[in-house]
Design a protein around this ligand. Structure first.
Ligand SMILES: CC(C)(COP(=O)(O)OP(=O)(O)OC[C@H]1O[C@@H](n2cnc3c(N)ncnc32)[C@H](O)[C@@H]1OP(=O)(O)O)[C@@H](O)C(=O)NCCC(=O)NCCS
Length: 216
């Protein structure tokens, strides 16, 4: 039988990393949703807090679109459908938005979730945290994270985990100010960069925030 030379043999198109990631996400979605519903059952919804001209509030269904829009602008990528679904279900316990009180504009966001490692280690993971460029450097990012830590500590969680790029000085500084320590440093093959895995032990903070808020 005549066989074709190797360069003429049709090969399946390579599957891109993005497609593989999406397929993996779809496959693991039911388990991720169940894990988050289960782990979040003991979390309180975030209380409202004020920081200068800003109001920090739990994510409500009507704010999800504005939050996703800010995420996409700051992070230059779409807000993933699996995260959208999770926050539509558990937004008030897992996500915060910051508004300018006068204009009502959403200028900050943070969301958290439980991954498999968090479930094992009694922590919750920082999914993303960001504030609009024009309000950075005035303490808002730190306030927002401290507010979340206070609520998680009062809810009885053991800690908060966070993955950051070694090049992200502001993010690392915010974490360090709040007591996170680096427990692992590794090279991320997908992102092609050095990253830190940081953890904040909430047991050390619990007495500091007895009301579940960083405000009196
Ligand atoms: C990370 C981020 C949320 C911080 O918000 P913020 O409101 O500016 O934070 P704060 O003002 O509370 O604190 C920032 C701290 O980082 C420091 N900082 C800023 N840029 C820095 C840099 N390049 N290197 C080191 N430290 C830096 C500031 O001096 C400040 O520390 P200080 O209070 O000791 O002076 C904000 O920079 C951001 O939205 N970045 C883009 C999104 C992002 O990278 N998110 C993290 C991934 S989840």
């Amino acid at each position: 039988m005549n066989s074709l030379p190797p360069h003429l043999v049709a090969r399946p198109a390579p599957v891109s990393r993005g497609v593989l990631h999406r397929l993996r996400t779809i496959g693991t979605l039911p388990a991720a949703i169940l894990r988050n519903v289960w782990c979040a059952r003991r979390l309180r919804s975030f209380p409202v807090a004020r920081f200068g001209e800003f109001r920090v509030e739990p994510l409500a269904a009507g704010t999800l679109v504005a939050m996703a829009r800010l995420y996409e602008r700051l992070n230059h990528r779409p807000f993933a459908p699996d995260k959208r679904l999770l926050l539509a279900m558990l937004g008030s316990k897992l996500a915060l938005v910051v508004r300018n009180e006068a204009s009502g504009k959403v200028v900050g966001l943070a969301y958290y979730y439980f991954n498999a490692r968090d479930r094992m280690e009694g922590t919750i993971h920082v999914g993303y945290s960001g504030v609009a460029e024009d309000v950075r450097g005035c303490g808002l990012g730190t306030f927002m994270r401290r507010h979340a830590l206070a609520n998680f500590a009062a809810s009885g969680l053991g800690g908060v985990s966070s993955r950051i790029s070694a090049s992200n000085g502001a993010s690392r500084r915010v974490n360090e100010k709040l007591g996170f320590i680096i427990v692992e440093t590794y090279f991320d093959d997908e992102l092609k960069e050095l990253r830190h895995y940081m953890v904040c032990d909430l047991n050390k903070l619990r007495n500091k925030f007895p009301n579940g808020t960083n405000q009196d």
